[in-house]
Design a protein around this ligand. Structure first.
Ligand SMILES: [Zn+2]
Length: 427
C-alpha cells in the first residue's frame, strides 16, 4: 500500500517537473545544455521561480557571428568559410561520453574543426537570432527571453531562403522552410552558376534557377526571380547567350596590353617616389604626437586635481586614436614589382579570352571571384544586355579608352588606389 503511494508520488513529481519544463520551453527559456556560442545562466523570474537563459560565450560567439556574416555576404563557398572560421581557432566542444551504469567517462570526443555540414547545421538554428523553435513550441517560433547573437535579418540572409523568419507588426513570429530549398539545391549546380553573379534587374538580388519539362519531355532551365515584384524569368539559353555576347566585347584591343603595362610602370615609379615623401611626413607626424603624449603623462603624475587628471587622460586617449590612424595610413598597401609582373601574366589570358575566362569557373566561389575581377559591381541581367555594367579598371580602360596613352595614364593615376586593390583581386 505504501509502495503504491510512493510510486504515485514519484509520478506526480515527474509530471509536475516535466510539465514545468515544457512550460518553460514554450516561453522560450533554455531547458538543456547551452548551444555553441552560448552558456547557460540561472535567473529568478518575477514570480520568484528560477529559469535558465543563455548569454554569449566567447570566443565561440565570435565564430558564430562570423559564420553568419560570411554566409550572408555570399562571396565564399561553405568550404572557404570553414577555412576562415577554423583559422580563427574554431574547435567543436569537448564532450565526455559516460557509461550509463557507472557514470564513468568512457570516451572524450570533440575538439574538431568546422566542416561544411556542421556549418549548415549551425546556421539554420533560429536560437542564434533569439528565436526558439522546437518540439514543445509545436514548431512555432517564440521570441526567447534573451538576445541571440545575430539579428533576424542577418539570420535570414545567411540562410539564403532555406529558413525564413518573419515578424508581423503584432509581434507574432512566423517561420518558413525551404519555399526555396529547391533553389538552394542549385547552389553549386554547374549549369546555373551564373545566377550568383548576374543580378535580377528588378531587385538587384541573385537569381533563382529551376528546370522544367517541356512538351517534348526535355528539361529546360531558366533563371527567375519574384521577390516582392512581378516575376522575371529568362531562359537558360538566352541568359547564357547574352552574357557570352557581352564578355566577347571585352576582348583586348590590339596593342592595349603592351601599352597598359608601360603606363602602369611609369605611374608606379611616380607614385612610389611621392609615397616615399608621404611616408616621411607621416613618420614625423607620429613622432610629434608621441612626444606630446609623454608630456601629458608627466603632467598627470604631478597634478593633484582629479579633474585635471581626468582631462589629461582623455587627451591622451584622443592622441592614441590619432596615432593609430596615422600608423594605419603608414602601412597602407603598396604594390611591389613582382606583383605587377604576375598581374600582367594573368591579365593577358583573361583579356584575350574574356568569354572562356568568365564562364570557366566550376564552383560558386570561383565564379564570384572571377567576376569580381571583371565587374566593379555585380551587374544585373539588363546591364549586360544593354552593355552598361560597371567594369573594373583594366576592362574599363580597354573598353572605353583603348590605346590613347595620355588618357590612359591620366585615368590610371587618378584611380591608382583602386588599381592596387584590383591587382590584389587578380593575384
Ligand atoms: Zn528580383
Amino acid at each position: 500500500m505504501q509502495a503504491e503511494y510512493a510510486n504515485q508520488e514519484v509520478n506526480q513529481i515527474l509530471t509536475r517537473t516535466i510539465g514545468q519544463q515544457i512550460k518553460l520551453a514554450q516561453e522560450g527559456y533554455q531547458t538543456r545544455s547551452a548551444e555553441m556560442g552560448f552558456r547557460n545562466v540561472k535567473i529568478t523570474r518575477q514570480n520568484g521561480r528560477k529559469a535558465t537563459v543563455m548569454e554569449p560565450l566567447e570566443p565561440e560567439a565570435s565564430w558564430i557571428r562570423a559564420i553568419f556574416e560570411l554566409r550572408a555576404a555570399g562571396a565564399l563557398s561553405d568550404e572557404a568559410i570553414c577555412d576562415k572560421i577554423n583559422a580563427m581557432g574554431y574547435k567543436s566542444r569537448i564532450m565526455h561520453r559516460r557509461d550509463k551504469n557507472t557514470g564513468e567517462v568512457i570516451a572524450i570526443t570533440g575538439a574538431k574543426p568546422l566542416t561544411p555540414k556542421q556549418l549548415q547545421r549551425l546556421v539554420a538554428k533560429p536560437i542564434y537570432c533569439g528565436v526558439r523553435v522546437g518540439k514543445w513550441t509545436h514548431g512555432q517560433p517564440v521570441k526567447a527571453p534573451f538576445d541571440g547573437l545575430v539579428s533576424i535579418s542577418l539570420f535570414n540572409r545567411a540562410n539564403h531562403g532555406a529558413v525564413v523568419i518573419s515578424g508581423s507588426k503584432g509581434g507574432d513570429l512566423s517561420i518558413e522552410y525551404g519555399q526555396s530549398r529547391k533553389h538552394a539545391t542549385h547552389l553549386n549546380n554547374p549549369d546555373f552558376l551564373l545566377r550568383h553573379v548576374v543580378m535580377c534587374p528588378k531587385c538587384g538580388k541573385p537569381f533563382w534557377a529551376s528546370k522544367s519539362r517541356g512538351k517534348s519531355g526535355q528539361y529546360f532551365g531558366y533563371f527567375h526571380c519574384a521577390r516582392s515584384h512581378k516575376s522575371v524569368s529568362i531562359s537558360q539559353s538566352e541568359f547564357q547567350e547574352t552574357i557570352g555576347c557581352y564578355l566577347d566585347k571585352l576582348e583586348a584591343k590590339p596593342g592595349f596590353l603592351g601599352l597598359f603595362k608601360e603606363v602602369v610602370r611609369e605611374t608606379w615609379v611616380a607614385k612610389n617616389k611621392s609615397r616615399q615623401e608621404e611616408f616621411e611626413a607621416i613618420d614625423k607626424h607620429i613622432k610629434t604626437l608621441e612626444l606630446r603624449q609623454e608630456n601629458i603623462l608627466d603632467r598627470i603624475t604631478v597634478s593633484g586635481s582629479t579633474l585635471v587628471q581626468k582631462k589629461l587622460e582623455q587627451e591622451i586617449e584622443e592622441l592614441e586614436g590619432t596615432i593609430k590612424s596615422a600608423k594605419k595610413e603608414r602601412s597602407g598597401v603598396a604594390l611591389v614589382e613582382d606583383q605587377i609582373e604576375q598581374y600582367f601574366q594573368r591579365a593577358k589570358f583573361r583579356l584575350e579570352h574574356p568569354k572562356d575566362y568568365g564562364l570557366a569557373a566550376s564552383t560558386k566561389g570561383e565564379t564570384v571571384k572571377t567576376w569580381q575581377t571583371i565587374f566593379a559591381h555585380p551587374p544585373t541581367f539588363d546591364d549586360l544586355k544593354s552593355g552598361t555594367p560597371q567594369l573594373t579598371l583594366l576592362y574599363r580602360l580597354n573598353h572605353h579608352i583603348g590605346c590613347d596613352k595620355k588618357q590612359m595614364a591620366a585615368h590610371l593615376s587618378a584611380n591608382w588606389n583602386t588599381f592596387v586593390e584590383e591587382v590584389s583581386l587578380f593575384l
